[in-house]
Ligand binder design. Structure first.
Ligand SMILES: [Zn+2]
Ligand SMILES: [Zn+2]
Length: 322
C-alpha cells in the first residue's frame, strides 16, 4: 500500500476528504505550531491552499497538492563544512507556478537568467535589428486544457520561425499568460530581430494558428526593463479564486510557461528548472553546504536565530517546468 492508498483508506474510514487527511498530516507532525497559536492570516492562507489542493487532488496531482498546501510551512537546516560550521535554514517551497510565495521567486530567477542576453544584444546590436514586444492571442474557449497550451506554444514558435526564415541571429523569449480571472490564453513575446510588419505578423499567425489578433510594438529602450515587464506575469497569480488557480495548475501541469528560442536559448540554455538556484556553498565562507536531517516548522527555525537562505531542495523535481 502506498502512502496515498493509506491516506485514502484513512479518509474513508474517518469520513473526511483526502485533502483533510493531508492537512491532518501537516498538523500532527512534530514541531508544528499548535492550531490555537495560528493567526487569522495563517488560517486564510491555509484555507486558500486547501481549496487549491482540492482541485489538484480531484485531478490526481497528489504530490503537487501536498506541496502546494505545505509550501513554506516547513524548512530544513543547512550546515557548512567549513571550520566555523555556519548554519542556515531554508524553507521547503512548492515551486508551483501559481503559488503566491513561489511566483516572485520564479520571477527573480528568470530575470537573473535572461538579463545577460539582453545586455548582450544591446551591446552587440546588429544593424536593423530591434527589440520588440509581440502579443499573440488565441480564442477564449471558457476553459483551458493542457493540449490547448501545448498547441498554442507550438504555434507561436512556428510563426516566429516562418517569419524569420533565412534570417540569422534573431531570438525570442515568451511567457504564457491568462487574463485576470479568465481563460484567455495569450503570449507576450520579447523579440529581437529585423523589422516585421504588423500585417505580415497577423497573416502568418492566422495561417499557423487560425487566430486573428496580434500586436507589435517597440520594446522599452532598456531591454532589462522590457524583460521585467514581460516576466511580471510570472510573479502574480492571475486570480484570487482558489478554484481558478487549481485549474490553472492542472492545465499547466507538464507544460512549460516560459519559452526561449534562438539567441535567447543559445545564450541562456534550457531552463534548468530551478536546479541552478540550489544553494550549495556557504554564503559566509564558501565551504560546501550540506542539509541536516529532519524538517521543522519555519517559525521554530527562525526563533533559533538561524539565518534564512533560499531553498536547496529543488533537485527532486527535475521534470517540473516553468
Ligand atoms: Zn509555493
Ligand atoms: Zn561557512
Amino acid at each position: 500500500m502506498t502512502d496515498l492508498d493509506q491516506y485514502q483508506a484513512d479518509a474513508n474510514e474517518w469520513g473526511i476528504s483526502l485533502r483533510e487527511r493531508f492537512e491532518l498530516d501537516v498538523h500532527v507532525r512534530e514541531g508544528l505550531k499548535p492550531l490555537d497559536q495560528m493567526t487569522t492570516e495563517d488560517h486564510e492562507e491555509e484555507d486558500f491552499r486547501g481549496k487549491v489542493g482540492d482541485v489538484l487532488i480531484a485531478n490526481r496531482l497528489f504530490s503537487k497538492a501536498k506541496r502546494y498546501m505545505e509550501c513554506s510551512r516547513f524548512g530544513c537546516r543547512l550546515q557548512c563544512q567549513g571550520e566555523a560550521k555556519h548554519e542556515f535554514f531554508s524553507p521547503l517551497y512548492c515551486d508551483l507556478r501559481f503559488c503566491p510565495r513561489c511566483g516572485p521567486r520564479q520571477y527573480a530567477r528568470l530575470v537573473a537568467k535572461y538579463s545577460p542576453v539582453l545586455t548582450h544584444v544591446q551591446t552587440h546590436s546588429k544593424r536593423g535589428y530591434l527589440l520588440r514586444e509581440l502579443t499573440f492571442t488565441s480564442k477564449n474557449t471558457g476553459s483551458l486544457i493542457s493540449e490547448q497550451i501545448r498547441r498554442f506554444n507550438e504555434d507561436v514558435k512556428k510563426t516566429l520561425e516562418k517569419l524569420m526564415r533565412n534570417v540569422k541571429d534573431w531570438g525570442a523569449i515568451w511567457c504564457d499568460e491568462v487574463g485576470f480571472d479568465n481563460t484567455n490564453l495569450h503570449a507576450h513575446v520579447l523579440f529581437y530581430g529585423p523589422y516585421i510588419e504588423q500585417e505580415r505578423l497577423a497573416e502568418v499567425w492566422r495561417q499557423v494558428s487560425g487566430f486573428e489578433v496580434v500586436y507589435i510594438r517597440k520594446a522599452h529602450a532598456s531591454g532589462i526593463l522590457a524583460l521585467r515587464h514581460l516576466l511580471k506575469y510570472v510573479s502574480k497569480p492571475p486570480s484570487r479564486n482558489p478554484e481558478t488557480i487549481g485549474l490553472l495548475e492542472v492545465a499547466f501541469h507538464d507544460r512549460r510557461r516560459v519559452h526561449a528560442v534562438r539567441v535567447f536559448y543559445n545564450f541562456a540554455g534550457a531552463d534548468p528548472d530551478n536546479l541552478e538556484s540550489k544553494w550549495d556553498k556557504c554564503p559566509e565562507c564558501g565551504a560546501p553546504l550540506s542539509r541536516l536531517p529532519g524538517i521543522h516548522r519555519i517559525e521554530e527555525l527562525a526563533l533559533q536565530g538561524l539565518k534564512f537562505i533560499g531553498s536547496d531542495c529543488l533537485k527532486r523535481r527535475p521534470k517540473w517546468t516553468n
